[in-house]
Ligand binder design. Structure first.
Ligand SMILES: C[S@@+](CC[C@H](N)C(=O)[O-])C[C@H]1O[C@@H](n2cnc3c(N)ncnc32)[C@H](O)[C@@H]1O
Length: 314
């Protein structure tokens, strides 16, 4: 194992606040699909949760639901009246996502009957929760980021009876919790995300699908992203493919080549298709477009497969 792999493991071992529901979602994904490597995982998930919370975002757009893992981490940080739209093309993945989104809502509703908040682990406090009944990250006498007077923390309910539908349609656009005060509204849109209607304005975007079209997504996202809003682009490194074989010789650190080779070998062994060059090229193009965009501030974080964090300044 190289330094980065050990560091990632160490970081993961410090992640003790993963909600029980999300742990179960990871395990269910691995069991039912027999692969879960597309799932962002606890470190990225909790980081997204923290970003949504501290930015005070009220609306989130996710490109690439998979089984809903990051979806629920982000939804859990939204205020009661928040909105989340997530896009997916694969029905098999969406079926799992729907099941867990529904459970998330049931657990949120259950809180009114003295149960734990949505996704809270047994016998544990919610991530960052201290004494009493605060929401994750909330401190004494403070409201959660984005929460206004008279509002409840995410996941907290107002005593209404949960009317979640259990026979949800398989296709189309599903709205969970439309206009009800039981936590944020979650809309799962089926179909190619570039052709899906998106909200006119969003505060937070997680781009995590369809790598070949990353630059196109950027063009479509930026006019909708609120000033001060955040965009998080996943797989900014694409397993090292973004710096590819041609530019590898120019990289100062030889370990980069080793990491890239190790990644390729692992992918081949597991029988997964090695990412095409055009995907890496599209991601690299977007990374450069962002870096040159005077309308944004950006930082590429060496978290997992690279997270490109973008804040729109105007
Ligand atoms: C990396 S996974 C998303 C992981 C998820 N965000 C998470 O953190 O757990 C990418 C997902 O995007 C979906 N996808 C691929 N192309 C898409 C497209 N054009 N529009 C919407 N979803 C797409 C795939 O089916 C896959 O489930």
């Amino acid at each position: 194992m190289n330094y980065f792999e050990i560091a990632s493991r160490y970081a993961g071992s410090m992640m003790r606040g993963e909600p029980a529901l999300l742990k179960e979602l990871r395990e269910t994904t691995a069991r039912e699909l027999r692969y879960d490597d597309m799932l962002s995982g606890p470190v990225v998930g909790s980081f997204l949760n923290m970003l949504v919370r501290i930015s005070g975002a009220r609306s989130v757009l996710e490109i690439g639901t998979f089984t809903g893992y990051a979806t629920l981490w982000m939804a859990a940080a939204l205020p009661q009246d928040g909105k989340l739209v997530t896009c997916e093309t694969n029905e098999k993945y969406a079926l799992i996502a729907r099941r867990f989104i529904e459970r998330f809502r049931h657990e949120a509703a259950g809180q009114t009957h003295g149960h734990k908040s949505a996704g809270q682990t047994h016998g544990q406090k919610a991530a960052g929760q201290t004494h009493g009944h605060k929401s994750a990250g909330q401190t004494h006498g403070q409201k959660a980021a984005g929460q206004t007077h008279g509002q409840k923390a995410p996941g907290q309910t107002s005593g209404m009876v949960n009317t979640a539908k259990s026979d949800l349609p398989h296709w189309g656009s599903d709205i969970f919790n439309p206009g009800q005060s039981k936590g944020p509204e979650i809309r799962l849109c089926m179909g190619p995300a570039l052709e899906t209607p998106w909200p006119d304005q969003v505060d937070f975007v997680f781009l995590d699908a369809d790598k070949e079209h990353y630059p196109d997504y950027y063009q479509r996202i930026m006019p909708r992203l609120a000033s001060g809003g955040l965009l998080v682009v996943d797989n900014a490194f694409w397993g090292g493919k973004v710096w590819g074989s041609e530019s590898l010789a120019e990289t100062p650190d030889a370990s980069v080549a080793k990491v890239s080779e190790a990644y390729d070998d692992e992918q081949k062994t597991r029988g997964r298709v090695v990412p095409a060059d055009r995907q890496a090229a599209a991601i690299d193009r977007l990374n450069r477009v962002i870096a040159d965009d005077a309308h944004v501030e950006n930082v590429v974080l060496t978290v997992r497969d690279g997270l490109h964090l973008v804040r729109k300044i105007r």
